[in-house]
Design a binder for this molecule. Sequence first.
Ligand code: HEM
Length: 466
Amino acid sequence: MIDLANPLAWEQADAEALAVLSDLQGNILKGHGRRATRHLFLKFGDDQAAARAFIRKIEPLLPSALAQLQQARAFKAGGPSGGPFVAFMLTAAGYAALGVANRAPQPADGGAFQQGMRARAASLADPAGAALDPGYRGDIHAMVLIAGDPDNDASWTSNAADEMETRILNLMSNSASVVASEAGRAIFDVNGHGLEHFGYVDGRSQPLLLREDIDNERDAMGGIDVWDPAFPLSQVLVQDPGGGSASAFGSFFVFRKLEQNVKGFKTAEDALGDLTCSGELAGARIVGRFENGTPVEMDETGALMNPISNNFNYSADPTGRKCPLHGHIRKSNPRGESATKFGIPLASERSHIMARRGITYGRRTSIVDPQDQPEGGVGLLFMAYQQNLNNQFEFTQASWVNNENFVAAGVGRDPIIGQGGVSALRHFSECAGHVGEIVVSPFGGFVTFKGGEYFFAPAKSTLATL
Ligand code: HEM
């Protein structure tokens, strides 16, 4: 059996691990790395046999985890690009609509996968009904993720991905309909780091599931001694009962379209900077990192780090004097504070971490131009793989970021993604004469949930034999 209790050294994989990697879809153990994506949300028609035949036909287009890793290694060594990337996921309703509910995973996740995201709106404090984009108000059976590289840096789309989409839609014919579609496009700062639309480096902190990635991180950082980025395969992998072999694994997947009010956020950030005389530091304290990615916990000057560090925790800052207790990255990964503040073991806290694979959507002429600050139409297509939807995504959203009493009593909701209301937060002042004084002021409400769903990314052998 493959060892799920540890990361995997894929370049030294034995026959069993190779069998798993050859059947597992890509993007789970490591991001696909392409810069433009298409997301097709499908509803199957009444002809179950036709819908199953469509899935069998696109299965060969899906690179396995092994193929993805080999292609990425060859590309890094100067070889050709791996070309467009495709992944395919099913909802519980999708398995049922295909007439194969008996092949769906049956996770112990409090009903999350079976019920789907809309049924969980109350516990997540998600907007519902007419507040959602129309395509997300009804049933979704599947999502096809297509990713490619734009032909040049200025292009918002990828011809290779668009051609792949046309090919898939042709294969689909009328066995399914597209109920929603999204286009993602990664954006970058001058240092080549991926950004989100509020202008902050995103995606730096990830659970690393491959030994090679962990070794690279250790080498790049000159050692890792505070925050261990290594996670076991079981953080994201579960046995896929649909595949019919012990090598069949899949992963649960959350998709959320999160619209960002850039103008609202940037205006509030500036006002907070003025109120507390802290300029850029005010925003860094909201996120937990400066725009350039430097963790505010490590350096309050915000000097650019090369590489940007992920080797920190909050043990020397229990009151949040450097990184406020409400900072987005502190609420969404407390890095050991569950133990110091609530007596919850570190291993239990780490079990909530997801492999985030999000991408920004919506076009901007310039991300740094103060005149180009949309109030809507841009945001984050938040995506994450995990072993258990309830213990990972739902726990993070409901028990950490939406919870006013986490990381400590009265801390308030996450100012970026907290839902259920906007909290009055305690901000530090740097104003002459009263440095360190606390200013209480509400901050939040600039990210709006527009719809999403829970999926399972099955093994290729499941899809090939539907
Ligand atoms: C529009 C919505 C969002 C924005 C603008 C945003 C922004 C950011 C930024 C700038 C970072 C710092 C980069 C990094 O450490 O990788 C970050 C980290 C993170 N975010 Fe978000 N995020 C959003 C949504 C979410 C959601 C929905 C979740 C989970 C429910 C989430 C969980 C995390 C986690 C776990 C980290 C890493 C924390 C760490 O390990 O230190 N984010 N986010």
